[in-house]
Design a protein around this ligand. Structure first.
Ligand SMILES: *[C@@H]1O[C@H](CO)[C@@H](O)[C@H](O)[C@H]1NC(C)=O
Ligand SMILES: *[C@@H]1O[C@H](CO)[C@@H](O)[C@H](O)[C@H]1NC(C)=O
Length: 403
């Protein structure tokens, strides 16, 4: 009994001594986290002003994630700072920021940021998690950690590949609510490394802070409208690759199929091969395009283009089919007629040439010199009609999709 009481007293004395020594060494070398520090409670400012947590992002790299849905992986330094007056600054005030070991993060209160719209967040781990903590004389804690944020983007692909997608980065407070808690971007809140434009080869990007809304609307969240900071990344596809790889070749193949109009209609294998080959090439081109483009249940801009190209190629094929049919019909039927006219003409030969003309006009003899056969008429019509319709389509298509 006595021994126990004595031990208790000794322990009490030791505790008191320790706290006294902790208070005494407030200026230099003391514990940053005092023993009576309550990690569970936020450092609410005494004047009832909101507790400000400030963010900044330094973006080192943006990579398109190879997923069916468009997304980007943002390689960044994620920085958070807030003031916690309960901490002890372990230096003399003129020393400025002091770097401290990140193990302290297990002992102090931390804000609870949550990134909306995110598919995954990964810290970077080399020897240990890559992060740094500093504390300033005004008791501001500053944490910087390297991380990869896999951000989902909007997926409106109606105009693909002329679309631009917006990826919104929304950092919410998960639990702390307005007005006692607020989030801000730091002055240079969002810095993008200029080298990003070289790494993100398929896109033009613009990454901007969305001007401050104190709270964000959040459907059925608790608390209702959490404090937040917003930034938006707008990605616009670079067109050159699609132009050279898809639009130009497919347009050219449509033109190649028109070349068949200038080939004699009776070279059946030659013309058929030409038209069928360009049709098949267009179809296989479309299949390849579909495989590399996002999956949608509606027609994208590139699908419309390929569809019209294939349609023009099919028209060319049909036109040739009709020409062949007309030629065949002509071979069968009109043989008898000219014979009759010839007979008629031979009979009338003794009469004056003028009369011959009148008679033949009356009998409705086909004028063989100037009158075109139906298949020739069709060829002539198609030679004009298909290019003009393709041109019209282009006049409508390009302004509609490139805006
Ligand atoms: C956070 O930002 C606000 C205003 O932007 C500023 O007044 C405040 O001092 C900042 N807090 C910290 C800890 O940097
Ligand atoms: C931000 O505020 C503006 C009006 O002040 C509002 O139109 C906009 O929807 C708000 N944004 C969000 C994400 O709540």
């Amino acid at each position: 009994m006595n021994l126990e009481e004595m031990l208790r007293a000794v322990v009490m004395v030791l505790v008191v001594l320790k706290s006294v020594s902790g208070m005494g060494s407030d200026a230099v070398g003391g514990d940053i986290v005092a023993s009576n520090y309550m990690q569970e409670l936020a450092p609410w400012p005494e004047d009832n002003s909101p507790l400000l947590v400030n963010f900044s992002l330094k973006i080192n790299n943006i990579v398109e994630s190879k997923d069916k849905q468009l997304g980007v992986i943002i390689d960044c330094y994620f920085r958070v700072t807030w003031q916690d007056p309960r901490l002890n600054y372990p230096g003399s005030p003129d020393e400025g920021e002091i770097i401290i070991n990140p193990v302290i993060l297990d002992k102090i209160w931390l804000p609870d940021p949550y990134i909306f719209n995110v598919r995954s967040v990964q810290g970077v781990h080399i020897l240990k998690d890559v992060q740094g903590v500093t504390i300033s004389p005004d008791k501001s804690v500053f944490i910087s950690s390297a991380m990869k944020i896999d951000l989902a983007c909007s997926s409106k692909f109606e105009k693909y590949p002329f679309d631009s997608q917006i990826c919104t980065l929304a950092i919410f407070s998960y639990m702390y609510a307005h007005p006692s808690f607020a989030m801000r971007w730091l002055d240079r809140g969002l810095v993008v490394d200029p080298a990003v434009s070289e790494q993100l080869t398929n896109y033009e990007y613009s990454f901007n802070i969305i001007p401050q809304n104190i709270t964000c609307t959040c459907y059925a969240c608790i608390p209702p409208d959490p404090p937040c900071v917003l930034a938006s990344l707008k990605l616009t596809r670079k067109m050159m690759g699609y132009m050279l790889g898809t639009f130009l070749p497919s347009g050219l193949f449509v033109m190649v199929s028109w070349a068949s109009f200038f080939w004699p209609a009776d070279v059946i294998p030659g013309r058929t091969v030409l038209v069928i080959t360009s049709l098949l090439t267009l179809i296989s081109m479309h299949t390849a395009v579909r495989q590399s483009s996002p999956e949608t249940s509606y027609m994208k801009g590139v699908d419309v283009w390929m569809f019209i190209c294939i349609l023009h190629s099919i028209f060319t094929l049909f036109e040739y089919g009709i020409v062949l049919y007309l030629m065949k019909r002509q071979k069968v039927s009109p043989v008898s007629k000219p014979v009759k006219t010839h007979q008629l003409v031979t009979k009338v030969i003794p009469v004056k040439p003028q009369v011959v003309k009148e008679i033949s006009a009356g009998v409705d003899v086909p004028e063989e010199r100037s009158q075109l056969k139906p298949e020739e008429k069709l060829e002539k019509l198609a030679t004009w009609f298909l290019p003009i319709s393709f041109l019209l389509f282009n006049i409508i298509y390009w302004p509609y999709y490139i805006t």
